[in-house]
Design a binder for this molecule. Structure first.
Ligand SMILES: [Zn+2]
Length: 68
């Protein structure tokens, strides 16, 4: 009879808290493990690689406009 304890564990972990999207290539990332990040206008953005981070740093507005 361990069904209920298993369900309780799942509901206490919200996957959206650490799931982020690379704004350059749209790869799904986990912010806890992502090594590449940039801060822009008070927000932190995460990237899969240094190449994506550099692209974002050069033209952040280009990559953010799709989300506004
Ligand atoms: Zn990327």
């Amino acid at each position: 009879m361990t069904f209920l304890t298993g369900v309780n564990r799942i509901t206490t972990i919200d996957p959206t808290v650490t799931a982020v999207e690379d704004r350059v290539c749209h790869m799904k990332l986990d912010k806890r493990t992502s090594k590449f990040k940039s801060e822009y206008k008070g927000e932190t953005y995460y990237f899969c690689s240094l190449a994506c981070k550099k692209k974002f740093d050069e033209e952040p507005e280009k990559y953010l406009e799709f989300y506004h």
